[in-house]
Design a protein around this ligand. Structure first.
Ligand code: ATP
Ligand code: MG
Length: 158
């Protein structure tokens, strides 16, 4: 299904912003450019839901979550940044592994299965993109993913 990604992304962010119980501020920095993508909207919703749920789960009271998109030539890059406790450098690559959960005690208290990001990675790769994380302990985490896009629905005219 063809969708304009900014609109699609905003709609998901709105849903979380309206239903969240935490005192966390949402900040959006999205481009004006139309970004048309042909995606499985259910699966992409699952990917974004999981990243936002994680960001909310680990955000401190009064923290900010930033939603940004930067447009490259053939791809755009989505960034979701929280101000939570972060992930240690040795663990940050492993968060996309199946059943991986940093700090068992903490994770048990937080709930979840540790499958969310592993599924997200599969779905992003299936859509021709990449996903990775950067994190600093005590400061926060950014999840990045890329997707190929077109400027017009249905692809480019030559
Ligand atoms: P599930 O998504 O299946 O309910 P989960 O959230 O624990 O469970 P993932 O979404 O795959 O699983 O995340 C894996 C682990 O990565 C988490 O348990 C947590 O330790 C760490 N993690 C993910 N996102 C963040 C984040 N924003 N800040 C800190 N740690 C994170
Ligand atoms: Mg999760």
């Amino acid at each position: 299904e063809w969708v304009e990604f900014n609109q699609f992304f905003n709609f998901i962010i709105d849903r979380f912003e309206l239903s969240k119980s935490q005192n966390v501020n949402f900040r959006r920095l999205l481009p004006q450019t139309d970004l048309f993508v042909e995606i499985d909207t259910d699966k992409m919703t699952q990917v974004i839901d999981n990243i936002i749920s994680n960001a909310l789960k680990y955000s401190p009271d009064g923290g900010d979550i930033y939603f940004e998109i930067s447009v490259l030539e053939k791809y755009f890059k989505v960034m979701i940044t929280d101000e939570g406790m972060g992930i240690s450098p040795k663990n940050v690559k492993r968060i996309f592994d199946r059943f991986y959960r940093a700090d068992r005690a903490r994770s048990r208290a937080m709930g979840g299965t540790g499958l969310g990001l592993a599924i997200s990675r599969e779905m992003i790769v299936a859509h021709g993109g990449e996903i990775w994380a950067e994190s600093e302990e005590g400061k926060g985490t950014t999840i990045f993913f890329t997707l190929p896009f077109e400027l017009q629905e249905g692809g480019e005219w030559d």
